[in-house]
Design a protein around this ligand. Structure first.
Ligand code: TYC
Length: 101
């Protein structure tokens, strides 16, 4: 069968988009103990002691530190979970999220 006599074929091209990423940001405060912050980072973000300490001390010195990036729902869930651990212990520890640019 000759291709040239057939009607033009539709070529479907698909592209796969990755979901936009969101940063989880740790904010400094004057009350939450350093060790508590490190414990939360290890528990919620599965960081090593060294990684968690580095993130905590950066937030302490610079007022904020990016903890990690995730898809939006994961970022929001982890930020809420980590903030709630502080709240339950009576600390004003706060994690927020923002879209990665
Ligand atoms: N600034 C707190 C203190 O001196 C420790 C701390 C560090 C709290 C980082 C929050 O995101 C934070 N006890």
């Amino acid at each position: 069968m000759s291709r040239t006599l057939e009607s033009p074929r539709t070529v479907v091209q698909t592209t796969t988009k990755r979901p936009p990423l969101y940063k989880v940001i740790l904010l400094n405060d004057d009350y939450t103990p350093r060790d508590f912050v490190v414990g939360v980072l290890k528990a919620v973000f599965r960081m090593s002691e060294e990684q968690a300490y580095a993130v905590m001390i950066t937030a302490h010195r610079r007022d904020a530190c990016v903890v990690a990036v995730f898809a939006r729902d994961v970022a929001e869930t982890k930020a809420t979970e980590a903030t709630d651990l502080g709240k339950q212990a009576g600390y004003p520890l706060f994690f927020t999220t923002e879209p990665e640019t």
